[in-house]
Design a protein around this ligand. Structure first.
Ligand SMILES: O=c1[nH]c(=O)c2[nH]c(=O)[nH]c2[nH]1
Length: 288
């Protein structure tokens, strides 16, 4: 029976990095979580324990902190610089991916900040010697419409108990990633445009299903951000169930809800621009 080494990669996960730019009294804060992944001709270390091609994950972590010393205008720019550095300087490394989470802080004053909720901006930058790819993203953006949503016309079988809903609460925590067709992008402006598109479509769409809202959100992003080739969305349906108050002799005119934690519907999908460039390694460092 033949046995062989399958796809593999290695790197330093979750380097927590905070930077402060001290411009007089007004300080700028970034709060990141940076992960590196390297792949390439790494058979030797797995098969014989020869580490000649294994840039230590400790060195990868140090590189993250050292490059941060130079500053960066966006997490996409920072991640691209790191990913390109690893493939350019390590012979055996053919593919590098840097994933960055950016935690928001709301300004309270010149040098004071409050953590801005659960929303996280993300970026995934992948490089080979010849190409690079960028994926932007966000997760933890919780949205809720108190009306403008229904769910009707679904099939019923002997296990169906769900009543048809003419008017319901629609709530979700958006998990979105979007693939750029180019690297010639004003990254922070693009992030703002995509985020506005996601939120705007959620607010504006009369929803017959969360699936319909998902498509509307992806379509709006592609219409507002020309650099984006594809949007991938995962939308948990944060169910809000009307509480039966009749045991207490009370009516419930769509006023009192139970916000269920789990289980939840999970609606996932991607919306793509026709004719856009192939994704290459953008989504997945892959096996090569
Ligand atoms: O928007 C929805 N999509 C579904 O697929 C679904 N299924 C369900 O039980 N409720 C809902 N709501």
């Amino acid at each position: 029976m033949a046995i062989h080494l399958g796809p593999n990669r290695y790197g330093k996960a979750e380097c927590r990095l905070v930077t402060v730019v001290r411009d007089g009294e007004r300080h700028e804060l970034t709060d990141l979580n940076v992960s590196t992944r390297l792949a390439g001709r790494l058979d030797a270390t797995h098969l014989t324990g020869d580490n000649a091609d294994v840039l230590p994950t400790d060195t990868q972590k140090n590189t993250v902190y050292a490059f941060a010393r130079d500053g960066f205008a966006s997490i996409e720019e920072f991640g691209l610089r790191l990913a390109r550095h690893f493939v350019a300087t390590q012979d055996a490394i053919e593919r590098a991916q840097v994933h960055i989470e950016s935690y928001g802080w709301r300004r309270l004053g010149g040098h004071s900040f409050a953590r801005a909720g659960d929303e996280v901006r993300t970026a995934t930058l992948t490089a080979t010697a010849e190409h690079a790819w960028a994926v932007g993203g966000l997760h933890g953006l919780t949205l809720l419409n108190t009306t403008g949503s229904q769910f009707k016309g679904f099939p019923r079988d002997r296990y169906t108990t769900l009543p048809e809903a003419d008017d319901r609460i629609l709530a979700t925590a958006v998990d979105a990633r979007w693939r750029f067709a180019t690297l010639d992008v004003d990254w922070n402006a693009a992030f703002a445009a995509v985020r506005d598109g996601l939120v705007g479509a959620f607010v504006d769409t009369y929803s017959s299903s969360l699936q319909q809202t998902l498509y509307a959100m992806g379509e709006r992003v592609l219409n507002t951000a020309p650099e984006v080739a594809e949007v991938r969305l995962a939308l948990p349906n944060r169910h809000h169930f009307l509480v039966d108050l009749s045991p207490f002799g009370l009516d419930n005119p769509d006023a009192v809800y139970f916000a269920a934690d789990r289980p939840y519907g999970l609606i996932e999908g991607s919306v793509r621009r026709d004719g856009a460039a192939e994704p290459g390694l953008a989504w997945d460092l892959g096996a090569a």
